[in-house]
Design a protein around this ligand. Sequence first.
Ligand code: GCV
Length: 662
Amino acid sequence: MAGYYAWLNPAIGALKHIGIRSLTLLDQEREETFDEISIAGLNVPPLLETGIKEVLRYVRLGAKYTRALRIELNAEDLPEEGYRIQLTEDLAIVEAGEIRGAFYGLMGFLRLVRTGEAKAGYEKEEKPGFSIRMINHWDNMDGSIERGYSGRSFFFDEGEVLLTPRIEDYACLLASLGINYVTINNVNVDAAASRLITDRHFDKLNQMFEIFSRYGVRPALSINYASPMELGGLDTADPLDPAVIRWWEEKAGELNEHLPLLAGVVIKADSEGRPGPFTYGRTQAEGANAIGRAFAAFHPECRVFWRAFVYNSQQDWRDTGTDRARAAFDYFSPLDSEFHENVTLQIKNGPMDFQVREPVSPLFCHMKNTDLTLELQIAQEYTGHQIDLCYLAPMWKEILGFETKRPDLTAAEDPRKKLSAQVSSIAAVANTGDDDNWFGSTLAGANLYAYGRLAWDPELSSEAILDEWLMLTFDEEQVRETLRGMMLSSWETYELYTAPLGIGWMVQPHLHYGPSVDGYEYDRWGTYHKADLHAIGVERGPNGTGYTDLYPKPWAEHYNNIDTCPDALVLFFHRLPYTHVLHSGSTVIQHIYDSRFEGLERVRNMAARWQELEGIADEETFANVSERFKRQTANAREWCDQVNSYFFRKTGIADEKGRMIY
Ligand code: GCV
């Protein structure tokens, strides 16, 4: 049964007690047996003992599991956080080199048991695919959440830091997936949040950070680039100004003393009205490095995550010379090699902003000498607000698998291939809030689960992850079977009724749910589709904005050439007449009509199939999903009819199949 315990149900109550920070290794090896568990090399505090016993009890009760479990902490051949599981007929061995690895191993073992994979002969070594696996919350101090679709913040309310039991449960939920960093506040740091790095909040933050750290989750804060002015009373935030440099050094030292567990600061600068180094004629690297150096010297445990989401959000829609898709590349690509080693550049997956479909940002191909963090969005800002079903793992798999290797370099010079191997770290915008089930929609829980699993192992398939989540979340086979098919194709379905051929942004302005074809067309955000009666799209090839040339070969050619450019992105890269024939054999206009009708049809089918589970799915889940499908059906209908009517009225070209268009 889904709900508050999400995929941990019902083990979370037990796992809560496995605080892992306070464990120490014994000097000399020993072996102690607790019930059927043996723990070698550990000085086991009572909490861990209870916790593990509880886990075992769950394992035995829940899955009739009869093996003894042995946790060994002295496997020196295993990397940090890594673990090895070996199963024989009567023994399960979880080996690790250190305590976090043991914890992840225990979680991995539980997963195997609960999904029925724990078979004798199983042996596997696991290590994380990214060293930093982070969740970014966009929570505000007043308790609201920017782009939050699951209630209010459980970190803040009315300007204060909250300390509720939910925080420990959340830490456990994240740790169960191997997530090891969390940023608790919005990257849009307002005046109240700017003060998080002052003594006004140290006490409660320390208590919260302590809880997260017990689960191996390192806490981070979003900070205000202009802090030297806002907090320090300086009249500048120029990164080269000695007083500004000194201010950051002193602040880093103060945080080192008073917030020692702080492990990262995330900074959104020169973006959507936020202050930044451009004001002083400085580069993004100069801005980032002033802060990066200060922390490296005075709070070395704290890493700087500098966001690359920099573009002109005051664009005149009449200006055809500026292409937002180029912005981050134009600002950051000349700065490769210039970032301080304590700075990681956090880049959104696409060049625009978390649309239903975008190409991968060309910065990932270019920045070979900069530490990179890939930023994804779990919160369904443009993908249905956790009302519409949209399982995002298939999208993320495409992003992680994108090959960024430069063909002009030899394998020795550039052996890295997939994007997942190109970045050291991964971050994603959270989809959780204080709703009873964390996610608003029960089914949106699959997205946090999938993110965590891919952050651990980017090679896992979206199918395998979904199967795990379904097994861990629902007891009823019929529920799992019904959901499996729907969820696997749900990103495609959402795309079918909302975003044809790579065109995004036809959404209700600011809200970003529901259709508004011209909603952003004459606005300042650089998000134009430029549809007229003949053609649609922005030309981004060499005869247009030149965006395709920001990719190395073979991608530049692949996207530029209309014969190889994939249909799914063709209107992102090219301006095409409605009569252009796609690889699919359909024209652009007919594709627009067909995909909308198909998307709506699929949603109606999903809603109907879900109704067949009444009395089979548990009541809470049934009600939650039914309510969401009802709203999704209305949304899909609106998308279908508005988009089709818009393009029919614009072009005068009728639907070949003569369906109803208004
Ligand atoms: C936190 C988009 C969103 C904003 C968000 C911003 C960002 O513009 O709509 O809500 O701000 O991205 O990622 O900084």
